[in-house]
Structures are given as C-alpha cells and as structure tokens.
Write a protein that binds this ligand. Structure first.
Ligand SMILES: Nc1nc2c(ncn2[C@@H]2O[C@H](COP(=O)(O)OP(=O)(O)OP(=O)(O)O)[C@@H](O)[C@H]2O)c(=O)[nH]1
Ligand SMILES: [Mg+2]
Length: 360
C-alpha cells in the first residue's frame, strides 16, 4: 500500500487482490491492482480523458505490474463519462452554449411535446433572418408552418379513432349552424354496426328537428346523399380500422366523393408520436383537415401544432369542453400557436381553456 501511495498518490485505491496463480507466481506471492482517483481539472469535458502517462508501478513485491497503465486508462474514461456534462449535450456545452437562443427554444418546445425534428425546423427558419432568436419570431415561424384552410359547408365527415369526440363534434357543428340561422344540416351516422351506435345523434336530430339517417352500406349512403343538396354532417364509426367492414367501406367511398370534407378527429390529450401513428393509419381516407377534442383536459398543446405540421392539414375545429355548441371553435393558426406557447412551463401550469388563449 505504501508503495502504491508513493507511486499513485494519497488517493491510491486497492481495486483487486488475490494469491498469485501458479503461472504468475514468478512475479510474487500476490497479485494486486491499485488505482488512483481521476483529477477532474485534468479531464477535458469534451472528450474521454486520455490515460495518464502509463507509468509502470511496482507491486508490493517490487515487480512492475503490466496491468496498471491499462486500469488507469479505463478509470480515466469512466471518470470522464460520469461527469455531469458528459455525452452529446456535454460536448455542446463544452464547445460553449449557443448564443443565438436556440437552446432555450429547444427546451421550451421539447417540454410541449414537439419532436426535435420540428423544433430544428423552427430554429432553422427563425435564424435565417436574424443572428439570434426573438420570442416573437418563434411564434411567427410556428404560425407560418401551419396550413390555413377551411372546409366548405357542403358535406362534413367526422372520422377518427374510437372515443375521439366525433359524435360530440357533429352535434356541436350542427347546433352552431342552427344558431347562425342556417337551416339544420342533414345528419347521418355510419355507426349502425354496433349496439346503440348512432343513438345519440338520432336523439339530437329528434330534439333539433334535423333530418337523420343511418345507412348500413354504400348504396344506401349514396341514395341518401342524392336526395338533397342541403349540407350534411356525417358521423363515422370509430371502428373503421377494419377496411373490410361496412363502416370502413362507406367511409372509403365517401372520402372519394366530390364536395366532401373528411375531418380527422383526435383527442388533444394524446402524445405527438401516437397522434402521428393514428394520422398515418387514417391517411387512406384522404382527410382534408383536423379536429381536436379535449383541449380542456391537457395544458400541453404542442401535439396539436406538431400534428398539423406533420400532416400539412389545417386545424379546422377544436373543442375544449362538452357544452353544445359553446365549447366549439374554429381557430386561426395564430390562436393555435398562442395556445401552444401560452404558459411559461406547461408541465407546471394549471389547465387552461382554449377560450383563455384566444386572440382578443
Ligand atoms: N372534456 C371533454 N370531453 C369531451 C370533449 N369532446 C368529447 N368529449 C367526451 O368524450 C367522450 C367521447 O366522445 P364521443 O363524441 O362519443 O366520441 P366518438 O369519437 O363519437 O366515440 P365513438 O363513436 O365511440 O368512436 C364523450 O364522453 C364526450 O362527452 C371535449 O372537448 N372535452
Ligand atoms: Mg360516436
């Protein structure tokens, strides 16, 4: 131990010791491995620490051990890897924090569940015009990245996964139109395939005096559509993943008809990655826009923006509650971005309603 301290310094550590094997007995009676702690100030942060100059160390028997330099080198590397700023981020910090504000944008948008690829696109656009990123330019760029758009008032089809809020959107949209002194739209449900499917919309139609149908195949649906030119709202079934089912067939046929606006309806509470998967799955229905329900149940609205950018489709409708039709909005791109960026740290913010984030 004394010999090791002399060679390696005060912090020399006994790492390993055992009786020498017959093969190594000629080196001495014991095999020992000592190591010294890593001196932090000598370890460059940006790269694994180079090994110290390999100095041959004597074993207690006075024999120089060939393992010592190797052990030192490995401990040096482990020490460097364990530094708080080690790794990719560490390299960036060692090279100096970026002074253009992009680090702040990265963390601000990451916490809002916006994928890094899209954040880099925002940063790229925000830094083309100016050397550093102003908060307004982030909002401006994010707004520019959203597709504006609106559906004509002819035939809206609400499609999407089970429980996404399709039926409630159908009722809100119909109710909103009625409150704007327009004739009640015709309503149809493609949800005949399950017990009680279409019941709520039928009841709503009875109360409001709207025409209602529940076709069970493409022929019935086609006949119903040809009966009138009055705008229609069609509530698709959530069970459309099965392309062979009649609900899927009707939806596929419908999405190819002229004047139809299929709207992919999704919950704003889903993670961005899951939304993207669902949106890709529904791509075969050629939806023209997006509708998001349950904005009131989350305060992280980044996924709404991210999915709109990912699909290149406009966000036509959002819903932030169950009231018919009060909790329905047709947001502008500016309003969506304001909602996404609204609280300093959305993971700590109390839930806020869409209405609170609207343009004044
Ligand atoms: N809090 C809140 N609840 C909502 C919102 N939109 C829909 N819901 C509720 O979510 C549940 C599902 O809504 P539905 O309209 O039945 O969803 P759906 O897509 O028609 O469901 P399926 O027909 O079963 O595929 C209902 O309990 C709704 O009241 C919203 O914006 N906020
Ligand atoms: Mg429904």
């Amino acid at each position: 131990m004394a010999a090791a301290s002399k060679e390696l310094g005060e912090d020399a550590l006994l790492v390993y010791a055992r009786e020498a094997t017959p093969e190594t007995r000629y080196l001495g009676r014991h095999e020992v491995v000592f190591a010294a702690g890593v001196e932090e100030e000598t370890v460059p942060a940006s790269s694994p620490a180079p090994p110290r100059a390999p100095a041959a160390s004597p074993s207690p028997t006075g024999v120089t051990h060939p393992w010592i330099p190797m052990v030192r080198e490995q401990l040096g590397r482990i020490g460097a890897d364990l530094r708080p700023d080690a790794g990719r981020g560490g390299e960036q910090h060692a090279a100096g924090r970026r002074e253009d504000g992009s680090d702040k944008v990265l963390s601000q948008l990451t916490v809002r569940d916006i994928p890094e690829l899209l954040i880099q696109a925002v940063i790229g656009r925000a830094t083309t015009a100016a050397p550093s990123i102003a908060p307004e330019s982030v909002a401006f760029v994010m707004t520019q990245m959203l597709a504006p758009g609106a559906c004509g008032r002819t035939m809206l089809v609400l499609l999407g996964p089970p429980g996404a809020g399709k039926t409630l959107f159908a009722m809100k949209l119909a109710s909103r139109r009625m409150s704007e002194d327009e004739p009640p739209p015709r309503l149809a449900s493609l949800d005949a395939g399950r017990i009680g499917g279409g019941h709520r919309l039928r009841r709503f139609a009875e109360i409001t005096g709207a025409e209602f149908a529940m076709p069970t195949n493409v022929t019935q649906l086609s006949d119903w559509l040809q009966q009138s030119v009055t705008p229609a709202i069609i509530d698709a079934s959530g069970a459309t993943d099965d392309a062979s089912g009649s609900a899927g067939e009707m939806l596929e046929w419908l999405s190819k008809q002229p004047g139809v606006c299929p709207v992919l309806t999704l919950s704003a509470c889903m993670r961005t990655a899951d939304l993207m998967r669902v949106a890709n799955r529904y791509g075969r229905f050629q939806y023209s826009g997006l509708a998001f329900s349950r904005l009131d149940e989350t305060h992280i609205h980044g996924p709404v923006w991210a999915l709109a950018v990912h699909t290149g489709k406009p966000v036509l409708f959002v819903s932030d509650g169950r009231r018919i039709p009060e909790d329905l909005s047709e947001p502008t791109p500016e309003q969506i971005v304001r909602l996404v960026l609204s609280s300093e740290n959305p993971t700590q913010a109390p839930p806020r309603s869409f209405a609170a984030g609207r343009a004044g």
